[in-house]
Write a protein that binds this ligand. Structure first.
Ligand code: ADP
Length: 467
């Protein structure tokens, strides 16, 4: 996979921006909202304080009216009981006005309360004087002096009304400002969220575009690599096929041409024994025998080689073949060897029909049974079993023996031409039998293999399509 360094750097930058930008926006959004909500809370607090001021001012006014009523009752009747609301109010009124002041923010309002405290004190001076006069009996009913009292109390009322009126205006202004604050918070939250959404979407889109682009490039490169690879494999396969075909035809013609001089050797060795046998001494006769034996072995070798190369070259038409009858024919060819070795060959039915080439199938079976009879330890009577099993539309044929077995390391090797695991004196052979088995099975569209443990017999198998 090949990515240009520029695109990787750009990708890293893109990644940084797409994280950095939304995070900073989120931070800005959060701090703006915190600041605005703080403002909103302050505005709400101001509204609350205005409400409290107005309520407390009203309370002071009520207290004063009670005091005035009590004073009047006393002045009229001289009964001290009437003075009770007056006494109670006197004890509390100044601190009540101070409470009004405490709830205030506007300086001019605080100054107005200060004025009210003064006016209240003026009225109380008047009230104390009147009480003293009444007590001294200087007043019959104290009402002639009351004009001054009315004037002082009217002044208090006027000032309190003014205080409450201005307080109400302030409260309305503060309430408006709080509402404006709330709206600003809402607008900012929505606006910034939208902005954040847009930035995130843009970042995601850019990322996606890059990733899709890279993916597309990688895919295109992969496709082109695959097609190059396929082309190369095709070329190699063709070259190999040609080389193989050349080799096979060379082997065929060489083997074929070797037969003529071989026949001559065999003929002359035979003539030597027949016509000049009495004139040869023992050594001469031994030499003649050896020439015959070697020529015979060479004949078998050439025969096998020709058989192998014929298998590779012949046009093979596949048709249903009875495994049972192919095996019977192979056993017929082996009958003399089976008898001479006292071997038993057990066939476990059923042996189904397979798709194959009859003559090749007979050859494959004959080679496997022949090996099973041959590769036994000295003194061991060969016991061979042939059976078949069906696996997903194929038939697997097993040829199992009680012979010397094969090490797993050699499982592949022994299927190659001339590969033998033993000396020719101990187990004679050409090393072509299993190569013929594999080539033949492959030409019939199947495969062949072996499963064995040294000393525990071998289990050769091949698979062909089931009919
Ligand atoms: P050949 O039988 O002529 O030696 P093959 O190609 O048939 O040649 O076999 C190759 C080698 O595989 C044999 O030489 C032998 O070492 C081993 N082999 C084949 N069949 C068996 C078997 N049934 N048991 C043990 N070894 C075997």
């Amino acid at each position: 996979m090949r990515f240009s360094p520029i695109s990787e750097a750009r990708f890293a930058r893109l990644l940084r921006y797409s994280i950095f930008l939304p995070v900073s926006l989120l931070a800005a959004l959060a701090s703006t909202l915190v600041w605005q909500v703080h403002g909103l809370l302050e505005a709400a607090d101001r509204v609350d304080r205005s409400d409290l001021t107005i309520a407390r001012a009203n309370h002071c006014l009520r207290l004063l009216i009670d005091m005035e009523t009590g004073l009047r009752g006393y002045l009229l009747t001289g009964n001290r009981e009437f003075l009770e609301p007056y006494d109670r109010g006197s004890a509390a009124i100044e601190s009540e006005w101070r409470l009004v002041q405490e709830a205030m923010i506007a300086r001019e309002q605080i100054a107005r309360v200060e004025g009210l405290i003064g006016a209240t004190e003026d009225w109380r001076v008047y009230a104390r004087r009147m009480i003293a006069l009444r007590q001294g009996g200087a007043l019959a009913n104290g009402l002639e002096e009351n004009r001054e009292g009315k004037r002082l109390m009217d002044e208090i009322r006027r000032r309190t009304d003014e205080l409450i009126r201005i307080g109400s205006t302030l409260r309305d202004e503060r309430s408006d400002s709080a509402q404006r604050n709330a709206r600003a918070v809402l607008v900012s939250a929505i606006g910034l969220s939208l902005l954040l959404g847009v930035v995130l979407a843009a970042a995601a889109r850019a990322q996606l575009k890059h990733v899709t682009g890279s993916y597309g490039t990688a895919l295109a490169e992969l496709r082109s690599l695959t097609s190059t690879l396929e082309q190369k494999v095709e070329e190699r396969t063709q070259a190999l096929q040609q080389a193989n075909e050349g080799l096979e035809s060379f082997a065929y013609s060489v083997s074929h041409d070797l037969r003529a001089p071989l026949r001559a050797m065999q003929g002359f060795a035979h003539a030597l024994r027949e016509d000049y046998g009495d004139r040869l001494d023992d050594t001469g006769r031994d030499y003649a025998d050896r020439i015959s034996g070697a020529a015979e072995r060479m004949d078998v070798l050439i025969h096998d080689l020709l058989e192998y190369s014929r298998l590779a070259r012949v046009e093979m038409e596949l048709r249903p073949v009875s495994l049972q009858s192919a095996l019977e024919e192979a056993m017929e060819q082996m009958s003399e060897r089976i008898r001479s070795k006292g071997a038993t060959v057990t066939v476990e039915p059923p042996l189904p029909e397979v798709l194959g080439h009859r003559q090749t199938l007979v050859q494959v079976l004959a080679n496997l049974v022949s090996n099973a009879l041959k590769f036994t330890a000295p003194g061991v009577t060969p016991r061979v079993t042939v059976r078949a099993e069906e696996l997903n539309g194929t038939v697997r044929v097993w040829v199992v023996d009680n012979g010397i077995g094969i090490e797993p390391d050699h499982f592949e090797r022994i299927f190659r031409v001339f590969e033998r695991l033993h000396g020719i004196d101990r187990y004679p052979g050409t090393g072509i039998g299993l190569a013929i088995v594999r080539k033949g099975v492959e030409r019939m569209g199947g495969r062949a293999g072996v499963d064995s443990q040294s000393g525990e017999g071998s289990r050769f198998w091949f698979e062909l399509a089931k009919v």
